[in-house]
Structures are given as C-alpha cells and as structure tokens.
Ligand binder design. Sequence first.
Ligand code: MLT
Length: 263
Amino acid sequence: MPTVTLDGTDLHYLDAGKGPSAVLLLHAFPLHGGMWAQQVAALSARHRVIVPDYPGLGQSTPASAATTMDLVAGQVRALLGHLRVERVAVAGLSMGGYVAFELWRQAPGLFRGLALCDTKAGADTAEGAAGRETFARNAIDHGLGWVADQMVPKLLKPSPDPAVMKAVRHLVGEGTPAGVAAAQRGMARRPDSTPTLATITCPTLVVVGEEDGLTPPAEAEKIAAGVRGARLARIAGAGHLANLESPAAFTAALGEFVDGLPA
Ligand code: MLT
C-alpha cells in the first residue's frame, strides 16, 4: 500500500483499479480506508478507486493536533494532484461526508459527482463539541478498547451481525488514541455545511441506512432536499455503517450512481 508524505504527514492510501474514471472514498470515524474493502472490490473492476486514511487513523501517521475537515480536504487535494487525478466521483460516509463538503467548498471543479452517505450537514452544538473534547481525553487515557466500546454500538444497527461487529472493532483497533482524539477535535470545529447544500451543482446521491441512529434518515432527507436534483437511497437492514451492514444494497446504489456519471 503506498504512502505519500504531505506537509509532514505520511498519508497512506489505496489506489486500485484502472478504469478511465476515478472514485474517491472517504471513510468514517474512528475507522480507516479499510472499511471500504467491499466497495473497492466491486468498483475497481470498472473504475480507478482511491482511498486515503486520515492522519492517526489506519496507517497514516502521525496524528494531527486536530484533524480538521480543512486539513483532510487539503491533503486529499494534494494526494489527487500527486496521482494526477483531475476529476473524481467523491463518496464520503459520515466524517467522510464532512470532508466531502469541505472539499466541495475548496475545489468544486474536482467533482464528477458526490455521494453523501450516513452523514449530516449541520455543525455541532456547543454541548456536542464539548462532548467530543471529553471523548478525546478519554480516548487518550483509556485507549482504543474504550473507544470501540463507546462507538461500535452507535455505528451499527440495534441488533447487529456479530461478524460485522467484530470487523468494526478490528478496524477501530487499527487507529491510534491520538488519531481518534484529533479527529474528534477536528470534527468539533467543522463549520455548518447547510449553506453549502444549495451551492452543490454536480450529480448527487444521498444514502442512508434505515436504522442509522447517529445520522438518522431525517438528516439525509434534509441534505437531499437542499441539493438540487439529489436522489435519496434508503438502505434496509443497515445502521450508520450502511456500507458494512448491507454491503450488497449499498454497493449497488453507489455503483449504479458512479457508473452513470459522465467521465
Ligand atoms: C462518523 O461515523 O464518522 C462519526 O460518527 C461522525 C461524528 O461523530 O459526527
């Protein structure tokens, strides 16, 4: 798996497939690009698929002080420049969606299309941001086992598949406490993307697991109502990590969208 050094971060990424069109997959918190393995396997038969890990998560090092959406979007742009990719279909799940909003604000010309999955447009409340700071401190003090105990039940549907639960715990365990803390601090600082919705002019798909408790279907409906022409796909039998809990339906929805985009 290649790594590129960008402004002091050794950014680890996957670059798979050789199609004429590129797809960028942006992962959720507190996981890493490996969460997209099933989508990479399917999409890379027809597209070039690029999947970075954010600093301090997966194999990208070191953790930033705060992994802001601005920082990650800048790193993604630099990575795409390094790979000589000029236009890309962007799919972001949850934190990946927050990054995708920032990437759109920075470089709308990059986008062939946008898939916003299990995410929300709004910023944190003051209480939500304070909760993230408490979580960040606890992550440092108690480690990744604690992080998994806190997060995994929220990331999955109420009665999750034990094998999926195990896989998600494993993905969480491949981060670092400092990376988890930095991502929480970065998300706490993210701006409200609600005003961004009306500026999005590329083809847009909104995807949500019907049992997503973290960014529920009502959030997806708000995004779909705010982006002109956006289509909403509801994924049955899935919570927040819809790509892992209902991979066939999720991959079909994303694949159909991406395949239909102009190159
Ligand atoms: C995620 O899945 O990326 C996070 O739960 C998003 C968040 O904490 O807001």
